[in-house]
Design a protein around this ligand. Structure first.
Ligand SMILES: [Zn+2]
Length: 481
């Protein structure tokens, strides 16, 4: 994903520990790992050592998308499951586009899936201090494409999954490890393909953990976002029709003129602000962290955005937060004539619109038709997802908050809404509660490595993240005696 969430939600902020208590989220509980007896310590240390080795190994496998080659990652996991004696299955959506999953069987509770994507975006070595495919380890840091997005999360899922398997603990539900292709290009050869072609995999699934949230450290303060929903993309193509001809004799009504007029109406249209509950909770959670001017406005954002001046300021000061207050459209692609002296019969534009998580798409397109106000402009849907929000009132969400707050007592933990999208939407569409959660604390300055240069993660994050993820699984899926 683009990790819009992290940058959006936790800009140069100062999260407050009191937030947890204020939000009723803090739950006193067991210490995370400390109480484990000696044998378990040794098991955990082994899992952590393996996690570091495997993170390096996995980062060295080139799964740059395009073209993907995720089958290399699939084979990497297959070898591990074979060595562990864990049954697994694979499916390729196209040559080289592998997907893999393995299941620990448990009781009747709804299945939990640990999902991550194996592909990474391209990296240009010219802009890196190290070879992005070498996964060099230096000064306690592992640098490589995919370190934050999102191979390390996959390894932490794997090691926690193996930890449960090795412990022989009885589970009250199945736990599935799943690694997929193609997220960076929309997931249609990965998670989307599996939902379409292997629907039986998800029949008993109730909950899913995926990328999309993590801890960000700014000036020593930590804020954790747990992503519960996203803005919903609806990508549209506009085609205007008009009289063609020679550029020397302009027709009364040309396609390009129509398109420009329509786009101008769209560009100046003000989509009404509307604060949905997940967005309200997100703003409230961030209120203590955004300073004196914005704090009170964030605390009651529904009231604040009724003032058009505040909305404009929000757009300037907190652009990604502003995007969460209403539907948006970005005009991104334009096409007219291929020749300077030819008036073309058609002209086209593509627009990237993002709807609020509860928006009715039909009503949205009807609004756009009214705005364009020209029957000579056709609207075509290029891509559209279904809006859905995952509840914070679930045992898994509570477990995430509980374990994270025990490990990081001073961290703010906030249900977050992302302006971008991940594979989670495929599963929210099926009614599965999907959460964007990573047990890592990333310094604000390293966040730029996501899809950027010098992407890296600390060895400490790998080790600690393994322990946290294992504790989350234990607490969520191993019934207490
Ligand atoms: Zn990603």
């Amino acid at each position: 994903m683009r990790h819009a969430l992290a940058r959006a939600s936790l800009p140069a902020t100062r999260p407050l520990a009191v937030l947890l208590a204020a939000a009723g989220l803090a739950t006193p509980g067991r210490p995370v790992i400390a109480a484990a007896p000696g044998a378990q310590d040794a098991d955990l240390a082994r899992l952590q050592d393996e996690a570091v080795e495997r993170t390096v190994e996995y980062l060295r496998i080139d799964t740059t998308n395009p073209p993907g080659n995720e089958s290399r990652g699939m084979e990497f996991f297959a070898r591990i499951f074979e060595a562990e004696g864990i049954a697994y299955d694979t499916a390729s959506s196209a040559p080289g586009r592998g997907n893999i999953w393995a299941r620990l069987e448990g009781g009747e509770q709804p299945t939990l899936i640990l999902l991550h994507h194996m592909d990474v975006v391209p990296a240009d070595p010219a802009y890196w201090d190290t070879d992005p495919m070498a996964a060099e380890v230096a000064d306690g840091m592992i640098a490589g494409r995919g370190a934050l997005d999102t191979k390390t999360l996959g390894i932490v899922h794997l090691q926690a999954f193996l930890g449960l398997h090795r412990s022989g603990a009885e589970l009250d539900r199945d736990i599935v490890f799943m690694a997929t292709a193609d997220e960076e290009a929309g997931g249609f050869f990965g998670a989307g393909w599996l939902v379409e072609n292997r629907p039986e995999l998800f029949e008993d699934t109730g909950v899913l953990l995926n990328e999309g949230g993590d801890g960000i450290e700014t000036d020593g303060e930590i804020g954790f976002g747990i992503e519960v929903t996203q803005k919903v993309p609806i990508w549209l193509g506009l085609t205007a029709h008009g009289t063609p001809g020679h550029g020397s004799t302009p027709p009364v009504e040309s396609a390009v003129n129509r398109l420009i007029r329509g786009l101008h109406r769209l560009q100046t249209h003000r989509f009404e602000p509307r604060i949905v509950p997940a967005v309200e909770a997100f703003f409230e959670g961030l209120a203590p962290t955004v300073g004196e001017e914005w704090g009170p406005r964030f605390a009651d954002i529904a009231e604040a955005v009724r003032d058009p001046d505040v909305l404009r300021e929000l757009h300037i000061d907190h652009r990604s937060m502003a995007a969460l207050t209403r539907n948006t459209c970005s005009i991104t692609m334009l096409e007219g004539s291929a020749k300077i002296n030819v008036v073309p019969p058609t002209a086209g534009a593509q627009i990237d619109c993002r709807m609020l998580p509860d928006q009715d798409p039909e009503a949205f397109v009807a609004e756009l038709e009214r705005v364009l106000n020209d029957p000579g402009i056709e609207i075509e849907r290029i891509m559209q997802f279904t809006p859905a929000v995952s509840s914070t009132e679930t045992p898994l969400y509570r477990t995430l908050v509980e374990v994270t707050s025990e490990e990081f007592p001073d961290a703010a933990i906030i249900p977050a809404v992302s302006t971008g999208f991940t594979d989670s939407h495929f599963f929210r569409d099926l009614g599965i509660d999907a959460y964007g959660y990573s047990p890592f604390v990333i310094p604000q300055e390293d966040e730029g490595g996501v899809h950027g240069n010098n992407e890296r993660i600390s060895v400490e994050n790998v080790r600690r993240g393994t322990a946290i993820m294992l504790e989350i699984l234990r607490r969520f899926a191993v019934p207490t005696m």
